[in-house]
Design a protein around this ligand. Sequence first.
Ligand SMILES: Cc1cc2nc3c(=O)[nH]c(=O)nc-3n(C[C@H](O)[C@H](O)[C@H](O)COP(=O)(O)OP(=O)(O)OC[C@H]3O[C@@H](n4cnc5c(N)ncnc54)[C@H](O)[C@@H]3O)c2cc1C
Length: 414
Amino acid sequence: MSKEIFIVVGAGQAGLQICTALRASGFEGRLILIGEESSLPYQRPPLSKEFLLGELDPERLLYRKPEYFEKLSVELTLDDAVEKLDASRCTISLRSGRTLKYSKLALATGARVRALRCVGSDSPDVYYIRTLADSLNLRERLQTAKSMVVVGGGFIGLETGAMACKMGKKVSVVEASERLMKRAISPELSEYYLSLHSEKGVDVRVGCEVSHLEQHQHGLTVVPKTGESISADIVLVGIGVVPNSEIAESAGLECANGILVNEKCLTSDANIVAAGDCTMHQNQFLEKTVRLESIQNAVDQAKVAASSMLGGNQTYDQVPWFWSDQYDVTLQIAGVSRSYDNHVRLCGKNENSFSFFYFRGNELLGVDSINHPVMHMAARKILQRKIGDGASILKSMTVDEIAAFSKAKPTVSP
Ligand SMILES: Cc1cc2nc3c(=O)[nH]c(=O)nc-3n(C[C@H](O)[C@H](O)[C@H](O)COP(=O)(O)OP(=O)(O)OC[C@H]3O[C@@H](n4cnc5c(N)ncnc54)[C@H](O)[C@@H]3O)c2cc1C
């Protein structure tokens, strides 16, 4: 039996995956998982989707039942947070007063919501969604609220807006930039989503920045810097997240909008790895330093982080992918639609099913699929071949080759 003590901080997606991967790789030492929330690790994606309808029990979100952690001999400490890391002594200190020594440490502390800071934003009628508790609060309020203004036209705001709309609420969306989900999707798709939400009756205003909020007896008025004010019972803010990297920063680990990790998910301290939303890494596929906020990134980085804790040589080189559900439309993203100079639209079985392939010259950069899961899975396979083993076989894939691959007829967009 190994005498080593591995500690994982953060009982979320990445933290759970690190524990699972460590045991699957034969680690026999003590394994401690510490989480600030009181719940066992659970799925966050449904929190802004079907969970809001109120039909799903919170237990259904749990990735694993308590027996799983017993079986894996994972010592769980929930409802307690790591407040201090002393990397020179290899110790962590918990809010409860305990100090623990580690042989290897994994930081999987995720991210927290970025707060809207303006006059009125501290109103109790302002909601956010990051945790199960947040989503439970909102879903309870949605039982009686008749109207909601969503501040932020990103994934979480739009998914929540779509659910509220489905529940018969009057929904408005205000987005500061000139188009929806600008950070992640192409202008063509932003346009598609603008029409989709508008057709469902949502009042979507882009290029509309919030100035302040005014509290009334029954709700709030969102006052934009320009344009008409909007009143509603509640406001949902979805303006991004900030990484939970403070304990790493105070311990002297290199950080820059997240904990910096290399391709083996090692931090600037050889005994400490990090994975998931709290990390910043040089992404081989995107060819830039990024902080990805996705299940794919959390899971794949966690596997690599676990390998590094055991002295392995796995590296992180996965194609980024993501999904979003809004109404009856599932968007699946593979790769990236940034800095492309031409794109091709391939149709699926009906007009509500299609994919955009984005190219720089002849090089395929990314594929966005709308209700087109078959093409999304194919795209991930195609794109993955650009990196990793036997790299660059498919560095340049032409429009015709893509079309032949999918056996579909391409429509080349201008
Ligand atoms: C509403 C919502 C919808 C989403 N939808 C999608 C989707 O459709 N598709 C997709 O790919 N991704 C989606 N995501 C993103 C995805 O859930 C995250 O990328 C993923 O959960 C990141 O995993 P993580 O382990 O890095 O962080 P988390 O899952 O956030 O886990 C981190 C955990 O660490 C804990 N922690 C933080 N600091 C400490 C500390 N000091 N001590 C102890 N514990 C600590 C936190 O409380 C938290 O429980 C969504 C996220 C949200 C919030």
